[in-house]
Design a protein around this ligand. Sequence first.
Ligand code: COA
Length: 326
Amino acid sequence: MKRVGIIGVGEYLPKRVLTNADLEKMVDTSDEWITTRTGIKERRLAAKSEATSDLAIKAAKDALADAKLKPQDLDLIIVATITPDMPFPAVACLLQNALGAKDAICFDISAACAGFVYAITVAQQFIARGSARNALVVGAETLSAITDWQDRNTCVLFGDGAGAVVLAEAKSGGILSTYLGCNGSKADLLMVPGGGSRNPASAHTLGKRLHHIKMKGNEVFKLAVTIMAEAAQNVLKKAGLECKDIDLVIPHQANVRIIMAMAKKLNLAPEKIYLNIERRGNMSSASTATALCEAVRAGRIKRGDIILLDAFGAGLVWGACVIKWG
Ligand code: COA
């Protein structure tokens, strides 16, 4: 089995900024409530002309340039997304065509906010077993397209963006362990009920606003803290490491209170946690992807550092990954 590492990172954030002050004009909320309950100050929104593949393409090009690879060098593209341009074809196929990565096999992964970690884990298997040499993994979301802008319980939380990594055989460091999980009995806590085969698009589903995110926020909150802490412990155990060995945690950015409660459970110092939620909101699969890219570019991750990716999301699903930065 080959050891697999990340050889390039990239990101793309849409230009439009939506602040808490903007949201105060849209729903009955306040900057004070959003800031203290979530840690979010602003988020980015895609332009009307931008779909998820448009964000993914820009992040992918950025990551390929960072990895010093050409699109033709890719033999695998995986896009983690719950907001594809359309039910099919996969965003990864649109990305393959836009990049000219004609030799890459392509598919999407639907694992919500844990999608980026799920996709990294799958790509790692391909490379480790010699089925692929260079893999592009993208977490890209246009959550603004499924957000109910009349529902203050959810619309203050989400943003749009894309992050990408290129994976290849690692010369030094690399992925030390991965850990994935799912509890489908909690699927009803967070979903978009309309538009699929259960409730195909109709006047009824539109009228009931079933094409938007529905969430039992409080229940998700409590489960998220436990799930993220357990995922971290399990993935570290698989790597033969302990919490004290971690140099930086890149958590899913759903709520700063969830992240800090998880850190407390693990006895992790706040300075070991990378946060971008204040500027970005929750971008589902793009949250961990962009946070990783930002942390690398900000010099928060150095060669030899032990990095922990830790995410949870609708499903419920969760995933964690320990990487020795090479
Ligand atoms: N502005 C002002 N008040 C708001 C509000 C808003 N945007 N959204 C909700 N409220 C109100 C509620 O109506 C409720 O009022 P009530 O007590 O009069 O009924 C009150 O604030 C408290 O609501 P509650 O849901 O208990 O707040 P909370 O502390 O749990 O925070 C979330 C709400 C959504 C921020 C929090 O539960 C959360 O982050 N959950 C996890 C969500 C998540 O991570 N989702 C994605 C998973 S990847």
